[in-house]
Write a new protein. Structure first.
Length: 361
């Protein structure tokens, strides 16, 4: 029997946000509880573990419905739900987390919730009667849920910032393409593109939880986000074009290294150069760099990834691919005469665009 993959804390957190987003049954129950000026604790996680760290109450094992959650919240104790939040296992349950787990909260209910979530590795929703607010505890994470209007405003502002960073990324990508076709790419050009791409990626990570929390209310923001971050796919190909191949090192490995950089390290192009395998001093790379061709070839319409891989494997560099005649291209696995002509015309069109307009790519 295959071992079930354990979710990371971030994955569990995003799943929890989806579970309680507007349009879900749990969010409907939360809204009803707060509108009635009541509070409560809702624990969602592994039934065995949660039962072991709590006691008393009423065992139910009933299907979760917003109305039932609302009625049961009138009792003082916590509600225990299964991992998917589809069944109510216990009501009026007393939580008994260990005081060894730290808490930054002051109220009794929230202190117990934070400790319980950390110890039981589960999700706990603490509904405050006095403040009419909801605090989500997911393992060691703490997150305050905002109202829908607040979230929409926050998401729209973050997307505006994201669009500005994406425009800068597009500009640096256009400059890189120009240099690639002129054979004048330096390590600085490559690192600048990857630096801008990682900035865009990090802002995307900030707006994604907002959209998840909005649930059905965030569909338009989700569509806008998907359209905005399209250049990130191109940036990932830049890594494949320029990373230094070594045993055990792949393009994905390099992407993970860049993703792990601190904000201060990301501002240092030397750290990005080191992640690519060229050492911490970009100035030590004193020759022009030759791309493998992934980035440029993906810009040609209807060119499949497998054919691009075969072209790079056959010729090694973008310059060799551009210089290849039709007969040489046909020798590549998967490339016929029609495909060879399409490759040559696509590259010619790209070169013409760069020559004529420079930045209209």
């Amino acid at each position: 029997m295959a071992k079930r993959k354990t979710k990371s804390e971030d994955e569990v957190f995003q799943s929890a946000l989806r579970m309680i987003a507007p349009g879900t049954d749990i969010r409907e129950a939360i809204s009803a509880i707060l509108q009635s000026h009541m509070g409560g604790l809702i624990c969602i996680g592994n039934p065995t573990r949660l039962a072991r760290l709590s006691e008393g109450g009423v065992k139910l094992d009933a299907e979760m419905t917003p109305k039932l959650i609302y009625e049961l919240s009138k009792m003082d104790g916590a509600l225990i739900l299964n991992e998917k939040g589809t069944r109510i296992l216990y009501a009026n349950r007393f939580l008994k987390p260990s005081p060894r787990f730290p808490t930054t909260e002051t109220g009794t209910r929230h202190r117990a919730a934070q400790r319980f979530a950390n110890q039981a590795k589960c999700v706990v929703l603490a509904l405050s009667q006095r403040r009419s607010s909801v605090t989500l505890y997911c393992h060691s994470k703490r997150y305050n849920l905002d109202s829908v209007p607040t979230l929409i405003n926050k998401g729209a502002q973050t997307l505006q910032t994201l669009e500005k960073y994406v425009e800068t990324l597009r500009k640096t990508m256009r400059e890189l393409i120009l240099r690639e076709l002129q054979d004048t790419v330096t390590i600085f050009d490559v690192c600048r593109v990857l630096q801008r791409a990682e900035m865009v990626h990090r802002i995307q990570n900030e707006v994604t939880p907002i959209i998840i929390e909005l649930g059905t209310e965030g569909r338009l923001l989700q569509l806008q986000l998907q359209e905005t971050v399209q250049p990130l796919k191109e940036a990932a190909l830049v890594i494949r074009d320029y990373y230094r191949e070594r045993t055990g090192v792949t393009a994905d490995t390099v992407a993970e290294r860049i993703n792990a950089l601190s904000q201060e390290e990301l501002m240092n192009l030397g750290c990005i150069s080191q992640a690519l395998g060229y050492g911490p001093n970009p100035r030590s790379v004193d020759s022009y760099m030759m791309p493998r061709g992934y980035h440029i070839l993906h810009a040609i319409n209807r060119l499949q990834s497998q054919i691009i891989d075969n072209l790079v494997k056959q010729f090694g560099t973008l310059r060799a691919i551009i210089a290849a005649n039709k007969e040489k291209l046909v020798e590549v696995d998967g490339v016929g005469e029609v495909m060879a002509e399409r490759i040559r015309s696509g590259i010619a069109l790209l070169i013409a665009q760069v020559s004529n307009t420079g930045d209209s790519l």
